[in-house]
Design a protein around this ligand. Structure first.
Ligand SMILES: Cc1ncc(COP(=O)(O)O)c(C=O)c1O
Length: 412
């Protein structure tokens, strides 16, 4: 048994993993085209080309590209008619924007627990959270793993709710063989620096609903309408537009995606195989009907008991020392300071005259998300899966090595 790098032994891996984002000549060429065109904001060809191609990519009728995934969520909720007095069901294992978007439109986020194996919202918990005030569910395809959309679509239909997909981490993921994004009323993507298709910042909304698309387009473009003039503002909108520079980079990202996706799929399958040989470590499970994960992250479920009580923090210390970057990720979202004392619960939307319910985030204690966030899971970033199979074997070998050395880790 080889000595752990943490205790002075040889590291499993000295080489860095592939870096992200990928910078290449194709990207520079497209950026230079924008510089030379002199049209850097609205009206250039790159934005029009990108929304067309991204709608195709998502198998959706329409796309509105905007300045972030957060604003895409806000636009989607607003365009879907969600507002003061409404509750929006969200999972607590997600980025803050999933919940804050609801508050931005004057609605109340209500947290429903996740499934402990898939890490996506548990449809039974979502159903239990429905009240007469519920107006929408946000299905977050966390880490790129599609939610159980059949169950959530059924819930939304039977209760007359809007279903918004948060696809910020799920570019190209598939449910029942169909791309995520337009499976519900609208889907929202992020192109922030870490994402599998990125322009540093940026976002997009896709939908098959013509009317929702029209409203979303106007909201993101200061209330204009496609057939109207420059100074023709028919609804209240904001300037949430994307730039030509971002779209140039995103178009290159779409070209590079098929090869990157194939690598992630192949290496993720290989890593799943390695995990089968290590007691106490399991890959994120696929919910029923989910056919393809985008692997923005590769979450590993950690069972401390099977590692003789070795705490996750200690496991990660040793894994990191072997040259494998990995970290623990989110807190239960309702435990973030903003939900404990950072919101004015006596002001809108919580004490709004339209809102007849009462939420108390401080008393929430949802068991699955608590367990996952308290040493029950860790993440690998998607760029670790962009190398060749031997890179993935290094990850498996390092995890195995740490497992084998657990007794020493526990007592030193
Ligand atoms: C699940 C999820 N939702 C929403 C967002 C918000 O996207 P952005 O950072 O582009 O605003 C992110 C980005 O980190 C995310 O991971």
């Amino acid at each position: 048994m080889s000595k752990l790098a943490l205790f002075g032994g040889p590291k499993v891996r000295e080489k860095p993993f592939p870096s992200w984002p990928v910078r290449d000549e194709g990207c520079k060429k497209r950026l230079a085209e924008v510089v030379d065109s002199g049209i850097w904001g609205i009206g250039g060809g790159k934005q029009a080309e990108f929304v067309r191609r991204f709608a195709e990519f998502c198998e959706a009728s329409h796309c509105v590209a905007c300045n972030s995934g957060t604003t895409a969520l806000e636009i989607a909720l607003r365009a879907a008619g969600i507002g003061p007095g409404d509750e929006v069901i969200v999972p607590p294992y997600t980025f803050i924007a999933t919940a804050s978007a609801a508050i931005y439109v004057g609605a109340i986020p209500v947290f429903a627990d996740i499934d402990p194996e898939t890490l996506t919202i548990n449809p039974n918990a979502a159903e239990a959270a429905i009240t007469e005030r519920t107006a929408a569910i946000i299905a977050v395809h966390i880490a790129g793993m599609p939610c159980d959309m059949a169950a959530l679509t059924g819930l939304a239909r039977s209760h007359g709710l809007k279903l918004i997909e948060d696809c910020a981490q799920a570019h190209g993921a598939e449910y029942g063989g169909r791309r995520v994004g337009a499976l519900g009323d609208a889907g929202c993507f992020s192109f922030q620096s870490s994402k599998n298709i990125t322009a540093g910042e940026g976002g997009a909304l896709v939908t098959n609903d013509d009317a929702l698309y029209g409203r979303a387009w106007s909201i993101h473009n200061v209330g204009r309408v496609p057939e109207g003039g420059w100074y023709d503002h028919r609804v209240l909108g904001w300037n949430l537009r994307i730039t030509e520079f971002q779209c140039a980079v995103l178009l290159r990202g779409l070209e590079l995606w098929p090869d990157q996706d194939a690598r992630r799929q192949e290496n993720a399958a290989r890593l799943r195989g390695h995990l089968e040989d290590i007691p106490g470590l399991r890959a994120q499970a696929f919910p029923p009907g989910a056919t393809k994960c985008a692997y923005h992250l590769f979450p590993v479920l950690y069972d401390q008991e099977s590692l003789d009580g070795l705490p996750l923090a200690r496991f990660l210390e040793a894994l990191n020392a072997e040259g494998i970057p990995a970290w623990t990720g989110y807190n239960p979202l309702y435990r973030e300071g903003v939900f404990l004392d950072g919101l004015d619960m006596k002001g809108c939307p919580f004490a709004c005259k339209f809102y007849t319910g009462k939420v108390d985030y401080r008393s929430l204690d949802l068991p699955n998300v608590e367990r996952i966030c308290r040493g029950g899971a860790f993440w690998l970033f998607h760029s670790l899966l962009l190398g060749d199979p031997s890179d993935t074997d290094d990850i498996g070998e390092a995890m195995h090595k740490v497992y084998e050395n657990r007794a020493e880790l526990l007592c030193r």
